[in-house]
Design a binder for this molecule. Sequence first.
Ligand SMILES: [Zn+2]
Length: 286
Amino acid sequence: MSEQVKVTGIVLSVYPIGENDRRLTILTKERGKIQVFARGCRKPNHPLFGVSQPLIYCEFMITEGRRFNYLNSAEGKNYFPHLKEDLEDIYYSTYFAELAEYFTVEGMDERNILNLLFVTFTAMEKKKIPLPLIRRIYELKILQYYGIGMEVFRCISCGKETELDTLSLERGGVLCHTCAHGSGQQSGSHTAHGDGYGGGYAPGGGDSSAGGSGNRGGTYGGAYSSTHLDPAVLYALQYVLSIPLQRLYSFVLKEEVFLEFQWIVKHFFRIHVEHRFKAGEMLEEL
Ligand SMILES: [Zn+2]
């Protein structure tokens, strides 16, 4: 038995099948992440031609079969018609969709990540927040939803909620001044300042050799990566990780605060996610 249902969601990616068809990966409110076949959609003038493309966000009528789902039509408006207007927007939104595809699992309720994409694309359309900041906020938030959170309210060693001035990227949380600097408990750690930031990472380029695996298990060695945390950066991290989604993209950062925020999210992400993202690599070339 098969039946037609209406789902609201965004096309994360498309894959050509045969001569005329496409398989779409759609992140939906009702069904989580699903695969849907769009038959005949690559023929010119086919009614599904325009909607069987990445980043289309609207209502889809699909037939749910026993093994496959099929796209019948799309209804309502495409919420984000401007995402593909320039190359930079395309790169960023494609990257966000690629992350959403990677961090979601079929058969699971993925409304958090769908809502995150929704507010992220909304922020992109409003153009009030710079894209590089949107990117780092998005990365931090999607990791949190995926289950790789960062503890930014209490010292991960003693639980204290004040004097949090150090961040351990590998342990995924903040340390108070005493735990970070006192008693020799963290003797393997080092504080990174300035341009180099230490941490065992090569700046730019050579990512594959520098990206994380070299530091794994480095808890007992010199590569243990902790970094000094400026109060403004700590506040930005706390804000992103605790604020309701509707208010996620409601701030900008001073240049120097943003650079540190960016550095932290970038390396936190690299340490905890081994996967290389195609669109992410394209972003590096912008
Ligand atoms: Zn502590």
